[in-house]
Design a protein. Sequence first.
Length: 159
Amino acid sequence: MPKMTPGYVRNAIRRSLSAIVDREPGKREVAKLWRHFASKCAYCGKALKPGPGANIDHLVPASKQGAHHISNRVLACATCDNRKGNRLWRAHLKTVAPNAMEANRRTAKIEKWAKLMAPSVAIADKKVVEREAERVLTTFNTAVEKLRRAVSPKRAADA
Ligand SMILES: [Zn+2]
């Protein structure tokens, strides 16, 4: 078990609250993903094996408020995952598909997946999660400060 530092707990609180509305895919969903994409990179078509080099990529990046939910994830090789970065997935796909027809076929396969796995309940706006996390963390931070002052009376008296 990792050391329960305030920083660790702050991250755990954020992840825990976020997971309520937008959880990471489970093993069965990931297995389904491998089958849907026939163990190939959804963008470039490279054959993949589970393990390093095979990523469960976000279609809309997490940095752009994309969900962790399985409907926003595809199988991707490490090269595509790196090269795609924060670009739109459709733009990336066009650069790695051998021709326009194949690009259209792969795009349709990804769209079908997103539709097939669409969540039955809406994924809450990340801003709502962030707001709730901030509320809890403000209280938590105050408690940390108070306790730190309580165990260092000398410093508090000096201040
Ligand atoms: Zn690829």
